[in-house]
Design a protein around this ligand. Structure first.
Ligand SMILES: Nc1ncnc2c1ncn2[C@@H]1O[C@H](COP(=O)(O)OP(=O)(O)OP(=O)(O)O)[C@@H](O)[C@H]1O
Length: 247
């Protein structure tokens, strides 16, 4: 019996080329890297590329106000308001705890992020109501920053719901500038994939690079590649190899 795997294209220039055509459907992928490496922009680009091709999506915001998220996406020409109005895109507000005027207008609000059960219930509702195929959680680190012991369990609970409902998801994991890991052993092993973004200072200039560290269910490129952030989002130079990374 031949078994072809269903892939979800990111449509991010250069990324599907590194993934043998796309991310295996239902994979939970950690997007990791230090501050300012482009994790949020890459993840929002992934969602928007789905939206314009008819795939609904959910963005779970733990670090930014939903108003800021819409505004930041619009600077790349990614106007999500139209998709929200059509019920194809939802922002889960896990930032404001439901406090403030703007927060009252949000449909999906998580009051306490310390309660993973509540978070999961709201995410489940948002996925079901939008029929989301793609989900981003920005960031999962916020959920266990002060409680590393619960990291693996938190990620496993999220994985069950995200994969169980058929979505392909990006979980953003923050690491410090010098950290070699991807967010702790619990998280790294629980995830189906790890994509690492880096910024290195070289000859007085910061350079961006990306490497696919792990992707269950597919062969993938094993080299580090340079990438840029432009006013249209991420561009990965998949035909160039980045050699200056300092480990
Ligand atoms: N329009 C733009 N054109 C080029 N580069 C940009 C643009 N907007 C933002 N950037 C770059 O992207 C960086 C922010 O990227 P992003 O928010 O995705 O990082 P992050 O990895 O999520 O960071 P953090 O973990 O600190 O939240 C900025 O520091 C800047 O260098």
């Amino acid at each position: 019996m031949s078994f072809t795997i269903e892939r979800v294209k990111t449509w991010i220039p250069g990324l599907d080329e590194l993934l043998n055509g796309g991310i295996p459907k239902r994979n939970v992928v950690i997007i990791t890297g230090g501050p300012g490496t482009g994790k949020t922009i890459l993840s929002q680009h992934f969602l928007y590329n789905g939206l314009v091709r008819g795939e609904a999506s959910v963005y779970v915001s733990l670090e930014e106000h939903p108003v800021q998220v819409r505004r930041a996406m619009a600077t790349f020409g990614w106007d999500v308001k139209k998709f929200e109005e059509e019920g194809k895109f939802a922002i889960v507000d896990a930032f404001t705890s439901g406090i403030g005027e703007a927060a009252k207008r949000e449909k999906y609000v998580v009051k306490s992020v310390d309660d993973v059960g509540e978070l999961i219930d709201v995410i489940r509702m948002a996925i079901k109501e939008t029929n989301a195929q793609r989900v981003v959680i920005d960031s999962v680190s916020t959920l266990y920053m002060t409680k590393p012991a619960i990291a693996r369990n938190t990620v496993m609970q999220l994985k069950r719901i995200l994969s169980g409902l058929g979505t392909t998801s990006f979980l953003i994991s923050q690491v410090s500038v010098t950290e070699r890991g991807f967010g702790g052993p619990g998280v790294e092993h629980a995830a189906d994939g790890i994509i690492r973004l880096d910024l290195d200072e070289y000859d007085g200039q910061l350079l961006r690079s990306i490497i696919v560290w792990k992707m269950r269910g597919t062969a993938h490129d094993m080299r580090r590649h340079p990438f840029d952030i432009t006013d249209k989002g991420i561009i990965i130079y998949h035909d160039k190899v980045f050699k200056s990374h300092v480990m």
